[in-house]
Design a protein around this ligand. Structure first.
Ligand code: ADP
Ligand code: MG
Length: 153
């Protein structure tokens, strides 16, 4: 079992979260898997929005709940955004997920990843978002050494 590193930060409004996510997005190289954890309304989808814009995508980010995954493209990479909220098993998304996980030009971001945990690589970034006030959020990043470059310190 490799060491898991952690980094924590806070945000006091949506814009700060978008900026944080955008900084992470600008560090993306391709091939990363990111799991977003947090209650409804924590800001997981907002984080994906910032991530996509930091990666250079101008595609509009919406919540993929109840739909198939969404993709956002940049010149070089594709961000695949999965949301397993209220799904009891990944179904058809499992194959799609397995496919994109092999692609080093793909970045895979998953909300409500529990039912897909067995498919995801262990070398992933997990971001826990905690609602600490109406507009206040606490972020805890957990990541292996090899993903250290993603952390905007
Ligand atoms: P989730 O995907 O986790 O269910 P969303 O990103 O869809 O959450 O929604 C987050 C909501 O919280 C948005 O309505 C957003 O405007 C609001 N919000 C308020 N403060 C923040 C903050 N600091 N960071 C992120 N979102 C915030
Ligand atoms: Mg969401």
């Amino acid at each position: 079992m490799s060491t898991v590193l952690t980094w924590q930060t806070e945000s006091s409004n949506l814009e700060a979260t978008l900026k944080l996510a955008s900084e992470v997005g600008s560090r993306i190289r391709g091939g990363e898997t990111i799991v977003l954890q947090g209650d409804l309304g924590a800001g997981k989808t907002a984080f994906v929005q910032g991530l996509a814009s930091g990666m250079g995508s101008s595609d509009r980010v919406r919540s993929p709940s109840f739909t198939i995954s969404h993709q956002y493209s940049t010149d070089e990479l594709t961000l695949h955004h999965f949301d397993f909220y209220r799904l009891e098993e990944p179904g058809i998304l499992k194959e799609e997920l397995e496919e994109v996980l092999k692609d080093d030009k793909a970045v895979v971001v998953v909300e409500w990843a529990d039912i897909a945990a067995g498919i995801l690589p262990s070398g992933r970034l997990t971001l826990q978002i905690q609602t600490t006030g109406d507009n206040h959020r606490r972020f805890r990043f957990e990541y292996p050494e090899k993903l250290k470059y993603l952390i905007p310190t």
